[in-house]
Design a protein around this ligand. Structure first.
Ligand code: COA
Length: 236
C-alpha cells in the first residue's frame, strides 16, 4: 500500500490521520495509483460529461451516491441544478479522456461559506463517485483530499459527508482523514474539522488546477492530431 495514506501526506493537507481509521480489515489486493493524479476543475460547460458519468453508475452505486435509488430524471435534475458559481466540481479523466471520477463540493445552505453559520461554523458538503473499474486505487481519497484543500481555501470550518452507514469505502476515507462519524440508523454523517487556509493551500490548488488542465489539453490535442493525420493519409 503506497502513496496517499501516509501520515506525512495527510499532514500535507493540514490533517492528522485518525488513530484508528481502519475498521474491519479489507482483504482486497492493493492497486494504489502512485504519484500525482490530475484532478481537473469542471465547469457548467461540463454538465453533459458529469451527467454521462453519473448515468454510468449502476442502481446500487446511485443509491450509495445519492442516498436513494436515483432515476435518470432525478440525476438529470441534480446535474442541471449544480450551482457552479457557489460550488466546486472536480473530475479525474483517464488517458482516453473518459471521466472516471467526479466530486462535488457544495456550500451547505445556512452553514456554507456564504451562509449564516451554525455551531459548526461554515461547512461544505462532499459528494463523490468513482466508476467501478477505477475503484480501490485511491482516487476517492485523492478527491477527498483535494476537496479538503478547496474547502479550506473557501474558509469553510468543516467538511461534511452524508453517507449510508453501509458505505464502508466512503466512511473509511473520511475516518482516515480524522472525521468524526455520527451514525443514525441507516444514515451516517462524517464531520471533518478543517484548519484555516494558508498560502500553501492556495498555491497547491492553483498548481493542481493548472497542471491538470495542461495535461488534459495535451492529451486532447494528441488524440485529435492522430485523427487529423488519419484523415490526411486515408484515401477518400
Ligand atoms: C466511495 C467511492 C467513491 C470510493 O472510491 P475509491 O476510489 O474506490 O476509494 P479509495 O480507493 O480512495 O479508497 C476506498 C477505501 O475503502 C476501502 N474499501 C473498499 N471497499 C471496501 C469494503 N467493502 N469494506 C471496507 N473497506 C473497503 C478501500 O480498501 C480503501 O481503503 P484503503 O485505502 O485503506 O485500502 C466509490 O466506492 C464509489 O464511487 N461508490 C459509489 C458512490 C458512493 O458511494 N459515493 C459516496 C457517497 S457521497
Amino acid at each position: 500500500m503506497t502513496a496517499p495514506k501516509t501520515p506525512r501526506q495527510l499532514d500535507r493537507f493540514g490533517l492528522r490521520p485518525a488513530a484508528d481509521a481502519g475498521g474491519a480489515a479489507d482483504p482486497r489486493p492493493a492497486r494504489q495509483v502512485d504519484g500525482w493524479i490530475p484532478i481537473r476543475d469542471l465547469h457548467a460547460r461540463h454538465r453533459h460529461r458529469i451527467l454521462d458519468h453519473l448515468l454510468e453508475l449502476n442502481e446500487h452505486d446511485r443509491y450509495l451516491r445519492f442516498g436513494y435509488r436515483a432515476t435518470t430524471e432525478q440525476i438529470q435534475h441534480y446535474v442541471a441544478s449544480i450551482d457552479f458559481k457557489r460550488d466546486e466540481v472536480f473530475g479525474i479523466f483517464n488517458s482516453k479522456l473518459h471521466l472516471v471520477a467526479v466530486a462535488h463540493l457544495a456550500a451547505m445552505p445556512g452553514k456554507g461559506p456564504h451562509g449564516d453559520g451554525s455551531s459548526r461554523g461554515r461547512a461544505m458538503e462532499f459528494g463523490v463517485s468513482v466508476l467501478e473499474a477505477g475503484r480501490g486505487r485511491g482516487l476517492g481519497l485523492r478527491l477527498f483530499m483535494h476537496a479538503v484543500t478547496h474547502a479550506r481555501n473557501q474558509h469553510a470550518h468543516h467538511l461534511m459527508i452524508h453517507a449510508l452507514s453501509e458505505n464502508a469505502p466512503m466512511l473509511k476515507i473520511a475516518a482516515k482523514a480524522g472525521a468524526v462519524i455520527e451514525r443514525d440508523g441507516p444514515d451516517a454523517e462524517a464531520w471533518l474539522k478543517l484548519p484555516p487556509d494558508t498560502v500553501g493551500t492556495h498555491l497547491d490548488s492553483s498548481l493542481q488546477s493548472l497542471g491538470a488542465e495542461l495535461l488534459y489539453r495535451v492529451r486532447y490535442n494528441a488524440m485529435h492530431a492522430s485523427d487529423w493525420l488519419r484523415m490526411l493519409v486515408t484515401p477518400t
